[in-house]
Write a protein that binds this ligand. Structure first.
Ligand code: 13P
Ligand code: SF4
Length: 306
């Protein structure tokens, strides 16, 4: 306990010394979320990067998020506390295969989920997050969309647009391991609970959902709803904020195994180490950065609706 207090005090004093801000994704460990200046979903965190006047951003999340911060605000020093915090889904699309797909569909626009590398963003027309994917797709003139890399999010979007969505064979291993039978079991155990799911889940899981929302969308829905019990179909880290912000409501996960190990690598020790040694600095080569920034800026111009 004493040691934890020491670490938190030290983080706060280094933050002040470096004019740093700590951003944490909603899936981070509870103690990391609690020391962050802002905790949010991928879209909210990108907006924070643009709005912040800090000199240093400590990004508690996975590498594509820190990379997006470096693309949007190259004048800031962006630190990823754990160098190995990657996203397996982001690695499921590569530049050569995407280029081949673009050649097969010359009239299609490329929409890439932010869970992708800077190189893929640079090759795309526009980015999206789980919070704005439908709005982003419907904001485009093209009738055909190559949607990378998440097939589940792409399939979900196709239900809300007249456009032809060409999905990619990528998926989030954490969300994809949830099946309809797991949800049905949770519903049986908690018959009065609403089921809120993230669009990275399989279609069979989304078909059972009362609402399909981004992580921040789930937080605001739960807060504003009259319902008192919820089954949460996303990475279990979200339950920390849900319970903290709604002490009178009950939250259940679908499975105790819905955990993204990459999101959990970052600890308070890694945040302290990051600020002490100013590591690991994330940068993107300028040519790639400028192209990727166009796709991110275009996304940020689409109004947030959920
Ligand atoms: P959000 O879009 O809700 O941030 O969650 C997506 C995710 O899996 C981040 O890795
Ligand atoms: Fe990637 Fe899934 Fe982890 Fe998000 S939860 S970082 S999509 S593996």
């Amino acid at each position: 306990m004493q040691e934890m207090k020491y670490i938190i005090d030290r983080i706060n004093s280094l933050k002040a010394e470096h004019n740093a801000v700590i951003l944490a994704h909603n899936y981070q460990r509870p103690e990391v979320q609690d020391i962050a200046d802002f905790t949010g979903d991928s879209l909210g965190l990108s907006q924070q990067v643009v709005d912040s006047d800090a000199d240093v951003i400590v990004f508690c999340g996975v590498d594509f998020m820190a990379e997006s911060a470096a693309i949007l605000s190259p004048e800031k020093t962006v630190l990823l506390p754990e160098r190995d915090a990657g996203c397996p889904m982001a690695e499921m699309v590569d530049v050569i295969s995407l280029d081949d797909e673009k050649k097969k569909h010359p009239n299609a626009a490329v929409v890439c989920y932010v869970n992708s590398s800077a190189e893929i963003k640079a090759q795309s027309d526009i980015c999206c997050t789980s919070a704005n994917a439908v709005d982003v797709v419907n904001s485009l003139e093209e009738d055909e969309i190559i949607f990378v890399p998440d097939k589940n999010l792409g399939t979900y979007v196709s239900d809300f647009t007249d456009k032809k969505i060409i999905t990619w064979e990528g998926f989030c291993p954490t969300h994809h391991q949830m099946h309809a039978q797991d949800v049905l079991k949770a519903k049986e155990e908690h018959p009065n609970a609403l089921f809120l799911a993230h669009p990275e889940c399989r279609t069979e899981v989304l078909d059972l959902a009362d609402e399909v929302l981004s992580t921040t969308g789930i937080l605001s829905y739960a807060k504003n709803s009259d319902a008192k019990e919820f089954i949460i179909g996303t990475e279990n880290g979200l339950l920390h904020r849900l319970r903290k912000e709604n002490p009178d409501k009950k939250f259940y996960y679908v499975s105790e195994f819905t955990v993204c190990t990459n999101m959990k690598i970052t600890t308070l020790d890694s945040v302290l180490n990051s600020l002490e040694k100013m590591e690991y600095v994330i940068t993107v080569p300028e040519e790639t950065r400028l192209k990727a920034k166009k796709a991110l800026d275009r996304m940020l111009a689409v109004k947030r609706t959920m």
